[in-house]
Every structure is written in C-alpha cells, then in structure tokens.
Ligand binder design. Structure first.
Ligand SMILES: C[S@@+](CC[C@H](N)C(=O)[O-])C[C@H]1O[C@@H](n2cnc3c(N)ncnc32)[C@H](O)[C@@H]1O
Length: 315
C-alpha cells in the first residue's frame, strides 16, 4: 500500500478545531480520525517535547501516512482501530481519564471519495466496496447481493434520507436476480432509473450511496460509542471537538452534548409535574455550532457541510 496515492485531503476547519482543543504543551491528545494527518500535524506543532498524540483511523492508507509521521515524531502513535474502541486502547496505554482533548473529524476523506478503487464514488466507476477498512466486515457489493429488499430500503431511508427508498431497493433486488452488482457505476445507473424525483444539482444516487456508506462502515453506532468513549477518556477540563458532515451525525453530536450539559429533563414537556432533581452537568458546551468561513468555502467546497461543536468535561 503506497502512502501517497496521488489523492489529497484538504483539512476542514483546521485552525478552528485545533484552537478549540485549547492545547497544553505537555498534554495528551487524541485524533480519532487521522486521515492524512492535517489536524494531527498542527496539534503536534502546538505540543512541547512532553506532549503526546494518539491517532486512530480504520483506513490502511491513512495508517501508512500515520506510521510515516510516527517514525519522524516520537510524540505520536497511530492505531488502526475504530475511534469507537479508543477507550480500551487509551486504557492500555495508562491514559484513561488523563486525556486533555479528543478530536473527531467525521466521515470519509477526499482520497477515499476520489479514488475510484475504494468504491465510494457514483461519479467514477470502481469496485463496489465502500469500506474504510477493506480487510474487515462486509463490502457494499456483498450487502447489496444478500440483504432482503426491506433491509436495503431501510439503509437507503434511515441513513440516506432517501424518499424513494423502497422503490429503489426493489429495483436493486430485481436487477441482482439477473446479474450481481460489482461496480459503483452499474449500481448508480439502476438507482438513477428507479429514482422518480431527481433533485436539482444532485446525482439521483447520492442519498442511497450515502446510506450504503454509513451502513457498511457502521458510522452512526461508531459515533455514539466514540462520543461516550471520548468523554470517559478525558480528564476534567479536557475538550471534545467534533466536526460532522451531515445532519444525521450532527444530530447525534448535538443531542449527546445537550443531554450531558442540560440533563434528560430538558426533553420533557415544560408543564409536566416533574419533581425538581438537582442535575449536575457533566460537560459545558462552548459557543454555538461553527461553520467554515467564506474563504474556506471558496478554497474547499467540501467544507460547505461541515459543522463543528465543542464541549469541555466538567466532572
Ligand atoms: C474527514 S477524514 C479526517 C481528515 C483528517 N482530519 C485530516 O486532516 O487529514 C475522516 C477519516 O476518519 C476515518 N474514520 C471514519 N470513521 C472512523 C472510525 N469510526 N474510526 C476510525 N477512523 C474513522 C476515515 O477513514 C478517514 O480517514
């Protein structure tokens, strides 16, 4: 596996995210989504000789880049695991409850999207894979080949927010009886024909592809587990910084932070006779959701959907 695949990733909200971590020079930090290390390199610039940075990624190409960085910089360690499992990794390094900041820059990197061989793209034909770690789990082709129509429809609807999920799933199942899906362009074409309402400026397969990608990579369950694990790993005063790229992710982050900052009672109707129970917030939310600046949007159109939220552990 080469480190430089020729596909680059432009880091989103680079300065903003690193500033939000409020880095202490001798602190210990976690980059849960190393990617090509844009955030990690800037974090390392802010760390002194005693500082430490632990990086996670599922993707073998990201790991190869991380290993090269680790060989140059002894303060950095990279681990090929989901950030959902960061708790046990951090504990095994004796750092549980001692981490000063965790960053999650969610979703896929540009190299994953742009390299047709990774199978994420409906624009550029490639093998229908979509796994961040192609050595584990079930590829998109395997899922599409074996899942019942109802399950495929659920994935398109729940994770892709596709209105015509059922119709598109039925079309996929009808076609696979004749010939299995092996390529992204083939699947995109069938989805396109089955989608009766094309949205302006959007490929008609976009939502279904998003749904498949989220399902194949277990993205939402990983995020929920990762947020809990990050909070457990932080020491009091530590920061959690999360960048989301679509509403499903951002909703999970927002509700997680709200629940810990304001308590469950926040969700109850105001007129219910609930007895007052002292709620002690576990985190403090810093500021409002933050978006890319005009300048960043111009330089990197992929930053348009980025939303950053920041919290600090209180107890
Ligand atoms: C948006 S990119 C991060 C880019 C990075 N901040 C940079 O500046 O290069 C997201 C990365 O997170 C990885 N990733 C996504 N979900 C993950 C998970 N649950 N565990 C570990 N890595 C994950 C992807 O493989 C991808 O490399």
């Amino acid at each position: 596996m080469t480190i430089d695949s020729g596909f680059n990733h432009i880091t989103v909200l680079l300065d903003e995210a690193v500033e939000a971590l409020a880095i202490q020079g001798d602190g210990c930090y976690v980059d849960g989504t190393f990617g090509r290390g844009g955030h990690s390199r800037l974090i390392l610039q802010h760390l002194g000789p005693q500082g430490r940075l632990l990086g996670f990624d599922k993707d073998p190409q990201a790991i190869a880049t991380g290993q090269a960085l680790a060989a140059e910089d002894g303060r950095f360690v990279i681990v090929q695991r989901s950030f959902a499992e960061m708790g046990s990794e951090i504990a095994s390094q004796g750092l549980a409850g001692k981490v000063n900041g965790v960053l999650l820059d969610l979703g896929v990197s540009s190299p994953q999207l742009d390299d047709p061989e990774r199978g994420f793209s409906f624009m550029n034909d490639g093998p229908l894979d979509m796994r961040m770690d192609p050595t584990r789990g079930v590829s998109a082709a395997e899922f599409i080949a074996n899942a019942p129509a109802e399950e495929i429809a659920r994935v398109f609807k729940e994770y892709g927010e596709e209105r015509f999920a059922k119709r598109m799933a039925n079309a996929v199942v009808a076609r696979r009886e004749v010939k299995p899906f092996e390529r992204t362009a083939d699947l995109a074409e069938v989805l396109k024909v089955a989608n009766p309402a094309w949205e302006k400026g959007k490929n008609p397969a976009t939502r279904a592809f998003q749904g498949l990608r989220i399902h194949v990579n277990n993205e939402l369950a990983d995020l929920e587990a990762g947020l809990e694990a990050a909070l457990d790993s932080l020491e009091v005063g530590g920061r959690l910084v999360v960048i989301s790229f679509h509403s499903l992710e951002d909703r999970i982050v927002k509700l997680f932070m709200r629940k810990l900052a304001k308590g469950e009672a926040d969700n109850l109707p105001r007129n219910l006779p609930v007895r007052f129970q002292a709620f002690e917030p576990k985190i403090k939310v810093h500021g409002k959701a933050q978006f890319a600046s005009e300048a960043e949007l111009k330089a990197n159109p992929r930053s348009r959907s980025a939303v950053m939220r920041v919290a600090e552990k209180l107890r």
